[in-house]
Design a protein around this ligand. Structure first.
Ligand SMILES: [Fe+2]
Length: 354
């Protein structure tokens, strides 16, 4: 049932208007001043307030302002015995629904009341729809969040699986990809790259030698010097890795960086002999990390050469084979940051990359 509050210091007006409303099956209450009206509005959900302007100790416009502050959807209709255009304008400017000159007969009252109740009802429906929409949106965002997490988890598992598959066939380089991935990510972080780029570079590092899956394991694990043909077969791993990764729905930069990770800045690398900025920044970082990690690790054909030799190697070839900025970041990482080779798995698949 609709609920209306009449605020007027004249008792006879309060009684008359309430009776008119009750006769139309509208619940009507009354208050003799603004303070009482505000107390009643606190306790019950009124739809419309009819308020006199001039009352002892209170003012109808101030009451209107207070009501609009507390509950903007309540419709307020101003009544006055001394109507002026200025008062009417002031009332409307403060959010009054309507303005009625006294005396108010039943027809005037009901016309204004019905219209105000209609507006209030529409506002209530709008608020209910907005609330429903809010709940729906929140549910939708939760669902998208859950699906994104599931997708990221699946992607992480696939990357770990791909990384592990390569290393099963080449136990001498077990952990190499993870160490290269982690070192590449640390270098990228040191260079101030965005965290999403850092994590993408880590992932590329974890699978950068995936193309070695097609290289016979007797060549991969051969302890002696490789023949030119064997060397050529091994060198094909970057192209093979590119071909494999190009076929799956991953960002193109992953396959492209895998293809380029044996390029060198002076064009002496393979497979395409790219130079400088022709090589992606991700691949330029990976080639430095790959070189350092390989020299620090044991190989079937030699013992580990150590950190000093690895850092000397990249320093010596800075600006020739490698990007000097990356070489400097890598050196600072080890010498100032006391970085230790990290072969643990910690993938945080960058949001938005899937
Ligand atoms: Fe490689």
């Amino acid at each position: 049932m609709s609920r209306i509050l009449i605020v007027d210091d004249e008792k006879s007006i309060r009684i008359t208007l309430c009776e008119f409303l009750k006769a139309e099956n509208i619940q009507a209450d009354s208050a003799e001043d603004a303070a009482t009206a505000l107390q009643m509005l606190e306790k019950a959900p009124y739809d419309v307030v009819f308020s006199d302007i001039i009352m002892p100790n209170s003012n109808g416009i101030d009451l209107l302002i207070e009501i609009k502050k507390r509950a903007p959807s309540i419709q307020v209709i101003i009544m006055t015995g001394e109507p002026t255009v200025e008062t009417a304008i002031k009332a409307v400017q403060q959010g009054a629904h309507d303005y009625l000159p006294k005396p108010i007969n039943r027809k005037m009252l009901m016309k204004a009341a019905n219209h105000a109740l209609q507006v209030k009802s529409l506002l209530d429906q709008k608020a209910a729809l907005e609330e429903l929409n809010h709940i729906y949106q929140a549910g939708l965002e939760r669902l998208v969040g859950q699906r994104t997490t599931a997708l990221q988890n699946a992607m992480q598992s696939i990357i770990i699986l791909l990384s592990t598959m390569t290393e099963i066939r080449d136990p001498y380089t077990a952990g190499h990809q993870r160490r290269v991935g982690n070192l590449s990510a640390a270098i990228a972080g040191k260079m101030g790259m965005a965290s999403s780029t850092v994590e993408l570079i880590r992932i590329i590092g974890y699978i950068h030698d995936i193309g070695k899956i097609v290289v016979p394991s007797e060549i991969l694990t051969k302890p002696g010097v490789l023949s030119p043909l064997e060397r050529q077969i091994i060198q094909e791993h970057s192209q093979k890795g590119y071909e494999m990764l190009s076929k799956v729905d991953l960002p193109a930069i992953i396959a492209e960086t895998v293809l380029q990770h044996h390029e060198r800045c002076d064009g002496s690398g393979y497979p395409r002999g790219l130079k400088g900025s022709e090589i992606t920044m991700e691949a330029q970082i990976l080639m430095v990390a790959d070189t350092v990690e390989a020299m620090m690790s044991h190989r079937p054909y030699r013992a580990a050469l150590g950190l000093d030799a690895a850092l000397n190697e990249i320093e010596k070839n800075s600006d020739k084979l490698y990007n000097p900025e990356i070489v400097s970041a890598c050196k600072n990482l080890f010498l100032e940051g006391h970085y230790n080779n990290d072969d643990s798995e910690h993938i945080y698949y960058p949001i938005g990359v899937v």
